[in-house]
Design a protein around this ligand. Structure first.
Ligand SMILES: [Zn+2]
Length: 366
């Protein structure tokens, strides 16, 4: 079987500059690599941060890390996915948004492979770096050695499966870190894709009360379909008014957990004020440096609050995310979150629509 000789990649020369389509050669996958044809890539908020230059990514760059693809060729030594299922040419797969250089201290001792020194991420590299095709905004992508791969079951649509390897896996991690117990109350600050998934996962894990906060009416409406028992529009409410409204809905002492997933640091002090004594505050959306907020740490001390950050996810969360979507797809219309579709030559437009929150998840179909 012969390999295609080349494929298109949407490249941005520098932050905020227009995307250009480059036709770049393909090579045989090396040992440990898999060459896939990209079926769909959805735009994550971190792609937008990279494109706008909020984070120091190398350019000219290739973006896109929330991807699924079909296997074109398997490199030597890649036979099974992380579950142990055999992989074959033509299989639809998802894979971890990152790859690690080796099984170092973070992986072996700390059980934090997602923070390994020298970790690389898809859609975060210069196009000049071998093998050139390493992001989702292109027709092909190489899955690189020491990534975690999962075969996608046939019943999942591409729209259900694509957000699994970033948005859904991160949402699984957020809810795990929030330590929600049966009957517990959780507040989710921000109802973008991650917030909606976090609501559905929290509800499925047995949360008694899930409250979503978002300023966009369409997102609040989606929240009600994805597990929120109540949604609140913060517009027009003072901080004290919003805090009082939430606490009144979580009797007798306030929510057990608050999850920040809106990317606005000013909501964190609100979250700390809402929490009950002994509650947990999880930070998931503040992915760019400079996310300053002024908090009275005496409040953290007095209320015995636990503050936790989530960045990337453990490979087990990828497996849990896929299985969650498969198990709950008849209860929640996950596919509807992918509500904008664009060609590879429309990446700039897709990023603009996603940035202005005109869509929940924009998808590139290369
Ligand atoms: Zn992402």
């Amino acid at each position: 079987m012969s390999l295609p000789v080349d494929g298109l990649v949407a490249v941005y020369p520098a932050p905020k500059e227009a995307f250009q389509l480059h036709r770049l050669p393909l090579r045989e996958p090396r040992r440990g690599e898999v060459l896939v044809r990209v079926r769909m890539c959805t735009i994550c908020r971190s792609d937008i941060h990279s494109y706008l230059g909020h984070r120091p990514n190398p350019t000219p760059g290739v973006l896109g890390h929330e991807i699924i693809g079909s296997i074109v060729a398997l490199g030597e030594g890649v036979e099974r996915d992380m579950r142990g299922d055999r992989l074959a040419v033509g299989d639809r797969i998802t894979w971890s948004e990152f790859f690690v250089p080796d099984e170092g201290f973070h992986a072996q001792v700390l059980d934090l492979p997602q923070k390994s020194v020298g970790l690389g991420k898809y859609g975060h590299l210069s196009v000049d770096q071998d093998p050139n095709h390493h992001g989702g905004f292109g027709q092909f992508c190489y899955v690189l050695p020491r990534s975690w791969i999962l075969r996608v079951p046939a019943e999942l649509s591409d729209a259900e499966a694509t957000p699994v390897n970033c948005g859904v896996a991160t949402a699984v991690c957020l809810v795990e870190q929030a330590a929600i117990r049966p009957g517990g109350a959780v507040v989710i600050q921000g109802l973008g894709l991650l917030g909606l998934y976090a609501a559905a996962i929290a509800k499925t894990r047995g949360a008694g009360r899930v409250i979503g906060i978002d300023g966009v009416a369409a997102r609040r409406a989606m929240g009600e379909r994805f597990g929120c028992d109540a949604v609140i529009d913060p517009a027009g409410l003072s901080d004290d008014g919003l805090i009082a409204r939430v606490r009144a809905q979580c009797p007798p002492v306030g929510p057990d957990a608050v999850i920040e997933i809106c990317g606005d640091p000013s909501v964190v002090p609100q979250g700390l004020a809402m929490l009950r004594e002994g509650g947990v505050c999880v930070i998931g959306g503040l992915v760019s440096p400079g996310a300053w907020a002024s908090i009275d740490l005496n409040q953290v001390l007095r209320k015995l609050i636990t503050l936790r950050g989530v960045h990337n996810y453990h490979p087990r969360h990828l497996l849990e995310a896929l299985d969650f979507v498969v198990a709950q797809r008849n209860r929640y219309p996950f596919g509807e979150m992918v509500d904008g579709r664009y060609r590879l030559d429309q990446v700039g437009e897709a990023i603009r629509d996603a940035d202005e929150r005109r869509v929940i998840r924009a998808a590139i179909l290369p």
